[in-house]
Write a protein that binds this ligand. Structure first.
Ligand code: PLP
Ligand code: COI
Length: 356
């Protein structure tokens, strides 16, 4: 684990006064963690510095060819004011898998975890206290070579920035309408769908614009080969509730292996629900919504938490899930998951790292 130098910010910003208006990812704290990599040298110059712009050459490889990866995790404030992380080790493990898929240098996870803890300690007053708020943590690693050849980079920058956040969706837990995308695809077999890399999100923007114009909150992606099977939503994995059985698309290489998804699968078993991971044809799913066999649907993600779906729209037809409200299973899972995250409930899987 490398030594981390700290340069305190001499001009700290005013903290947000009204935590009900935080939104998602709009404000950033006073410091950031940086770590650089050079081929032959390895990771070096781990440091915490005042938050601010980073310098990049216009020929920077990340800007042209998208060799970038990122993560998203949260620090939660307990009722006793202490702070805790949820499954941070799993995020860094996924980052290592993303780095491998994108042909990037292997992460220095021990130093980054130490850097994250020191960074949060320095900016601890930025962790909001209001119900449902948290400190969103965004680690990212980008190729820094100033060269236009398409090769793996020899220089990388890793950084962590922090953002106090409220709900990802403006309506909070209120159920959302989702547009089932039947023209564009997000990821293909053998592609980069299971890596948390910028290109997957770039591929989603145009469909997102279309969905928003039509009044939908998010896009549900179908598989990129046959456009027949349900994959995931823009920023979350998707679950369908059939009475006391939860079903979710099985991981196939083009779906992001969500940490919230995994948590829901593990919690379901403890809650007496059966959890099934399987290939799910969109036609069957829509038929099961129409017949009432599917009683609830929800998205699961770090930013989105548990996010109930009101209706899916496919080729001009709207399929309302149940009565369009928040289902009992979704609510129980939300309460159980957030109970662990905020330290209100026991942590049977040792997912929590207490910071203070
Ligand atoms: N799928 C996509 C495309 C995402 O961006 C996210 C968010 O990180 C998820 C799923 C959910 O993953 P996690 O639960 O690890 O946040
Ligand atoms: C997260 O939930 O952490 C995400 O990364 C979603 C996002 C792309 C905003």
């Amino acid at each position: 684990m490398a030594h981390i130098t700290v340069t305190p910010n001499q001009h700290p910003k005013a903290k947000p006064q009204d935590e009900s208006k935080l939104g998602f990812g709009q404000l950033f704290t006073d410091h950031m963690f940086l770590h650089e990599y050079d081929e032959g040298v390895g990771w070096h110059d781990a440091r915490i510095v005042p938050y601010g712009p980073i310098q990049m050459d216009p020929s920077c490889a990340a800007l042209h060819y998208g060799q970038t990866i990122f993560e998203g995790l949260k620090c939660y404030r307990r009722a006793d004011k202490g702070l805790q992380l949820f499954r941070a080790g799993d995020n860094f493990a996924r980052m290592a898998r993303s780095a491998a898929r994108m042909g990037m240098a292997a992460p220095d996870v021990d130093t980054w975890m130490d850097g994250l803890k020191q960074l949060i300690d320095l900016d601890q007053d930025w962790v909001p206290t209001r119900d449902g708020t948290s400190l969103y943590i965004r680690p990212a690693m980008i190729a820094m070579d100033a060269k236009l050849g398409v090769h793996t980079a020899q220089k990388y920058l890793f950084f962590i920035i922090l953002s106090p956040v409220g709900a990802y969706y403006p309506g909070g837990l209120a159920p959302n309408d989702i547009y089932v995308e039947d023209a564009y695809v997000r990821a293909v077999r053998g592609g980069i769908g299971e890596a948390k890399t910028g290109g997957n999100y770039a591929a989603s923007i145009l469909a997102g614009i279309k969905a928003e114009e039509l009044g939908f909150a998010q896009v549900l992606w179908l598989d990129g080969v046959e456009q027949t099977y349900v994959e995931e939503v823009g920023a979350m994995n998707i679950f369908f509730v059939y009475g006391d059985t939860l079903r979710t698309p099985r991981l196939n290489g083009s779906i992001l292996p969500g940490i919230t998804r995994d948590s829901v699968l593990k919690l379901a078993a403890r809650m007496g629900l059966q959890a099934v991971e399987e290939r799910m044809a969109v036609d069957t799913v829509l038929k099961d919504i129409a017949s009432g066999a599917i009683t609830e649907a929800f998205g699961a993600g770090t930013a989105a938490v548990i996010s109930p779906v009101k209706a899916f729209s496919f080729k001009g037809t709207t399929y309302t899930v149940g009565n369009g409200g928040i289902g009992t299973v979704s609510q129980r899972l939300y309460d159980t998951l957030t109970g662990i995250q905020y330290g209100r409930a026991p942590d049977p899987f040792s997912w929590i790292t207490k910071l203070s």
